[in-house]
Design a protein around this ligand. Structure first.
Ligand code: MSP
Length: 671
């Protein structure tokens, strides 16, 4: 049996934003997971074009609506390509196959006696493209679009006898608790159904933009009635019977919680009326919030998904959306949290692990790993348990739980390496088998984690598998995620996710963009703004005996960096300074307020070194500062200059201090 899944189709009056992208990414994770399970999968997305907003936007731009929609199709396709969304088909509601499906289905509903003519008088929210009742409004406005006043309309309409389907719908809900998930949405809809249903208008008069009703060409089909039909149009309803037979009913419609009513009341009633099978499940996901509000173009609260993908990469963005927001609930996006997750999960944790495993395999075994029969595996049971829990979660669309399970394996592997100290085993020839086991298990666990992470991070996981010597490419989860003892040859490579520095506030985000593009420099200035973050995991802290990820620290290709002239370098005034006082900055995990004396003059700096240094240990040290940097305010404290520090492999700052402070006292120039 196949798995046909869809997302909502997007209005094209504006570009995709991170909220609409969230839905496509999460649906893509589900589609990829199903394919990985070996299930024939058909994943459809598309554009909803017959909206008044689309029509108005085209007119504002002086374009024919269809020409505007053609342009927007490219905009949407480019965005989805950038985010690696692997849809199998993309439908537009202005396509002929869609028009045929709409005309056919509407006619069948009419033939069933479920349409009648009447007059609609009431509110209409153009942003939602939805008729509203007084009880739906808050302070006279639609709650989803509180800045827009709905229109009062009075027109001749055709109505659908939705009320007739209340009992059949309730019966369907009872018989198929899986029909609407998560449960919180199901309960909302049950309540609504129990309250009774009113018939709904399904046509608009006086509009040219839309699909004419087959029996009344002076009216067009109401945009929602039209749009829902895309799900059957895309698989050949009315145009390709064999295709329709192959894929319908859909297993899953992934839609936002604001439009679950259309999908779980109106849509199944339309299908029941026309005698078409119902989809198996509708999943109503939550909203991505930005600064406390639903991310939305019309509310002016949106983030460009392309900018977010450019900043740290499409895979880190996909991981953030699928793992940090519990699927089904609302969740926040902030640049700080995005960067934090990148640093913690990817730079420090997974990236460091991939690197240290490959580096050690090459250092101790020339890259060739084998599982010694004489030493039992420690990680196998853990990996097997993780795979079981991952599958159980992913089967129920608990994407965040599934991905968190994959990261448990990453953590367990890092801990295992730290505990078993392969660098110490390597010094004792009697421990050769034990060392083989540690190296093999670590590589095997990373391989398994790579497979589990593939649906969320397809490019990165493919690269991880290559480095771990996975010859087969991706095949099937049940066999491939099973623990093996096959010898393998590991491949080294540059760090997958160089650690980046944090930005202080949302407003600083764009300033940080350039910084992120060059990812990071070897030596960093320490009055970077604050991290909201948790510290780097202890497992990644390299031991002095064996810095496991030395290659990770050597990230940027120094030789390839753009050169600055000597004159430009001289513009930076580097001076020796003596620390006279230091204190924590309240509410900041990363920043310290440091007082230094430079040639007899005191000044205050804010330094992002709190994770690595207790304030009192700084007093008396001779450090190097950039003395002529523009002043900046960080966490309310003015910073007059910047202390220099190197970055260790785990991303922690290491202060640059002066070897002989008597020879180079405070104020001495540094060149
Ligand atoms: N065109 C209709 C859907 C028709 S489906 C037959 C529509 N379009 S939309 O462009 O407004 O929204 C597309 C999808 O994105 C919807 O599922 C909507 O819920 C979702 N989201 C829009 N903003 C969102 C967030 N801020 N967060 C998560 N999903 C969001 O509705």
């Amino acid at each position: 049996m196949g798995f046909y899944l869809t997302t909502a189709i997007d209005y094209v009056n504006s570009r995709p934003h991170l909220g609409t992208a969230y839905e496509k990414v999460t649906a893509d994770v589900i589609a990829r997971y199903r394919r990985l399970c070996g299930t024939p999968t058909w994943f459809v997305m598309g554009n909803d074009e017959h909206s008044q907003n689309v029509y108005q936007r085209a007119k504002e731009l002086g374009l024919e609506p269809i020409a505007f929609c053609d342009e927007m199709e490219q905009v949407f396709r480019e965005a989805w390509a950038k985010l690696d969304i692997s849809f199998d088909d993309f439908i537009r509601t202005t396509e002929d196959r869609h028009r045929v499906a709409v005309t056919t289905l509407v006619q069948r509903i009419a033939d069933a006696g479920d349409l009648y003519e009447g007059e609609y008088e009431g509110w209409y929210c153009v942003s939602c493209e939805a008729f509203k009742q007084d009880k739906d409004l808050v302070d006279g406005c639609c709650p989803v679009h509180p800045t827009k006043k709905p229109d009062w309309i009075k027109e001749k309409n055709h109505f659908f006898r939705l009320s007739r389907y209340r009992d059949p719908l309730l019966a369907h809900y009872q018989a198929h608790p899986e029909f609407l998930q998560p449960d919180v949405r199901r309960n909302e809809m049950l309540k609504l159904l129990e309250g009774g249903l009113e018939d709904i208008s399904i046509s608009r008069t006086g509009q040219s933009w839309g699909i004419p009703l087959p029996f009344d060409p002076s009216s067009v089909v109401y945009v929602w009635f039209d749009a829902l039909i895309n799900y059957i149009a895309a698989v050949g309803y009315g145009t390709d019977d064999a295709l329709f037979e192959r894929w319908w009913p859909a297993q899953l419609h992934v839609v936002g919680k604001d439009i679950t009513r259309f999908h779980t009341v109106v849509w199944p009633a339309m299908l029941m009326s026309a005698g078409v099978a119902l989809p198996t499940q509708v999943f109503g996901h939550g909203w991505v919030h930005w600064q406390g509000q639903k991310m939305s173009k019309s509310l002016g609260t949106s983030v460009d998904p392309l900018e977010a993908a450019d900043r740290l990469g499409p895979d880190p963005l996909r991981l953030y959306l699928a793992k940090e927001i519990a699927f089904g609930q609302d969740g926040d996006f902030t640049w700080e949290r995005f960067e934090e997750q990148y640093n913690v999960d990817l730079a420090n944790n997974l990236g460091n692990l991939v690197n240290r495993v490959a580096v050690m395999a090459h250092k101790y075994r020339g890259g060739q790993l084998r599982a010694p029969a004489s030493v039992p595996s420690v990680l196998e049971a853990r990996a097997t348990d993780v795979v079981t829990r991952y599958r159980a979660a992913m089967d129920e669309h608990r994407l965040h739980t599934g991905l968190a399970a994959a990261f448990e394996l990453v953590d367990a592997t890092n801990e295992y390496i730290t505990r078993s100290e392969p660098w110490a085993l390597a010094k004792d020839p009697g421990q050769a088998d034990a060392l083989d086991r540690v190296l093999f298990d670590a590589a095997e666990a990373v391989r398994v984690a790579g497979i589990l992470l593939w649906p969320a991070m397809p490019s990165s996981a493919t690269e991880i598998l290559r480095r771990m010597g996975e010859q087969e490419g991706l095949t099937e989860l049940s066999t491939q995620a099973a623990w093996t003892s096959r010898p393998r040859a590991l491949i080294k490579g540059p760090p997958l996710w160089p650690r980046i520095e944090h930005t202080d506030t949302e407003a600083d985000a764009s300033a940080a963009r350039g910084k992120a593009a060059s990812k990071r420099a070897e030596t960093k200035m320490t009055n970077e703004s604050d991290a909201p973050a948790s510290p780097a995991p202890a497992v990644d802290t390299p031991t002095p005996a064996e810095p496991p990820a030395t290659e990770a620290a050597a990230a940027p290709a120094v030789e390839e960096m753009p050169r600055v002239s000597f004159d430009d370098f001289l513009k930076v005034e580097l001076r020796v300074a003596r620390v006279t006082a230091a204190e924590a900055i309240p509410k900041s995990k990363k920043l310290l307020k440091v007082t230094v004396e430079v040639a007899g003059v005191e000044r205050t700096l804010v330094a992002g070194i709190a994770r690595a240094y207790e304030p009192e240990t700084l007093v008396g040290r001779s450090v190097v500062i950039v003395a002529n940097l523009e002043k900046a305010k960080l966490m309310g404290v003015e910073s007059n200059g910047m202390m220099l520090a190197a970055t260790d492999p785990a991303g922690n700052p290491v202060l640059l201090t002066v070897d002989d402070p008597e020879a180079a006292p405070s104020g001495a120039r540094v060149r």
